[in-house]
Design a protein around this ligand. Structure first.
Ligand SMILES: NC(=O)c1ccc[n+]([C@@H]2O[C@H](COP(=O)([O-])OP(=O)(O)OC[C@H]3O[C@@H](n4cnc5c(N)ncnc54)[C@H](O)[C@@H]3O)[C@@H](O)[C@H]2O)c1
Ligand SMILES: [Zn+2]
Length: 354
């Protein structure tokens, strides 16, 4: 079965997200009518290359593309400007022109790096996303955010650059190590908690056998929000539910402790506990959220002192002036933004005072 989600972003060109098992072998022919490119540069990482690169190369070759490929060493520590440079060197060596395309085959790191290199090489070439990790299939391949880390912090450098198409083959999840599944699970449970009560219920009942449906609903939700607020001036902020405290946890642990999804999971629980105490969230929502997180082995508490976390939150990208925009839920499926003064943050997360 195949589902297609259309993303139309006003002044930005729209694109389709196709979810179909086994689509990896026909991505080339699907891309062919979308571009006049003669060359396709397939960028992947050292873990994904031995698993899926050949199939994707063969598919693009049989669709008539001249294909070149490059695999960078896998992992977040390689999400650097240096790797972006190496990807652009590959484009240059392969003589990619403005009319040619890049293809990101891999997780969120591959998508962000390839998208960014495509955004800046020759002032921008088209690119295609073939996400292979759960996180990239439910979240990062949609929305046009691309970039890399700087020595000063994560995702500090980047550009908005939409793909011309996204192809999701959930069969690739069979080889994804369990450890990385947690990140996608947390972001998808977040999608349910902020906007999709039915998706949240699906998680509560168990997603066995419904992975494609989970991907479809998560992607549709993100696409709808991003369509209305591409550059994150308003509604897109809601996607940051759990992220303010989550980012603070990641920073406190120097990015060597909980993974991003696990930290977001704790962030969602902590902020909902506080907002329920403050009377801003329907009673019982925290318990429901935590039960769901527990069901998927996701963490919901931390030993890090809350005052340390509050301090780190004020250096979050989303803090403005002397206040911070917190994303809260009034109940499962309904998120809203509450702006709170920096000095009120600690009493809020500690005792629900606001
Ligand atoms: N652009 C956005 O909107 C956005 C949103 C969320 C996260 N992100 C970014 O995404 C990144 C995290 O994404 P990620 O978790 O996919 O990281 P990742 O790309 O590092 O992938 C995780 C690991 O899984 C491996 N892998 C990927 N697919 C596989 C498969 N099918 N089989 C076996 N191994 C596979 C990778 O080699 C890697 O070791 C972060 O850098 C984050 O900043 C971006
Ligand atoms: Zn996230």
């Amino acid at each position: 079965m195949s589902s297609v989600i259309k993303v139309a972003e006003g002044k930005y060109p729209g694109y389709d997200i196709t979810i179909e098992r086994g689509i990896l072998d026909s991505v080339g022919e699907k891309v062919r009518p979308l571009t006049k490119a003669t060359r396709a540069a397939i960028i992947t990482d050292s873990n994904v290359a031995p698993l899926y690169l050949k199939r994707v190369i063969d598919s693009f070759k049989s669709a008539g593309f001249e294909v070149l490929s490059f695999a960078f060493p896998a992992g977040e520590p390689n999400k650097t400007l240096e790797t972006v440079n190496r990807i652009m060197e590959c484009f240059l060596i392969g003589k990619l022109t403005r009319g040619d395309i890049a293809v990101a085959l891999g997780g969120g790191v591959t998508g962000d790096l390839t998208g960014f290199a495509s955004a800046i090489y020759l002032r921008g070439i088209d690119f295609v996303q073939i996400p292979t990790s759960f996180l990239s299939q439910v979240d990062s391949s949609v929305g046009g955010k691309t970039g890399c880390d700087l020595p000063f912090g994560k995702n500090l450098c980047g550009a908005f650059h939409n793909p011309i198409a996204v192809y999701i083959d959930s069969n690739t999840l069979d080889t994804l190590p369990d450890h990385y599944k947690a990140d996608g699970l947390a972001e998808s449970i977040k999608a349910g908690a902020i906007r999709l009560p039915k998706l949240f219920e699906l998680f509560e009942n168990g997603i066995e056998g419904s992975v494609d449906e989970v991907i479809r609903q998560s992607v549709q939700m993100k696409a709808d929000i991003v369509e209305r607020d591409f550059t994150e001036k308003g509604e897109r902020t809601l996607l940051n539910f759990g992220h303010t405290l989550g980012h603070a946890i990641e920073k406190y642990e120097n990015f060597c402790g909980l993974s991003h999804g696990e930290a977001v999971s704790v962030g969602m629980a902590l902020i909902t506990k506080a907002s329920e105490k403050a009377g801003l969230t329907k009673k019982g929502t925290y318990d429901r959220l935590v039960d769901c997180l527990k069901k998927y082995g996701l963490p919901y508490t931390t030993n890090i002192p809350l005052d340390e976390l509050a301090l780190l939150c004020t250096s979050d990208k989303k803090s403005i002036g002397s206040s911070i925009k917190l994303v809260l839920i009034s109940e499962i499926g309904n998120a809203f933004i509450k702006e709170i003064a920096w000095d009120k943050l600690l009493p809020f997360i500690k005792e629900g005072k606001c």
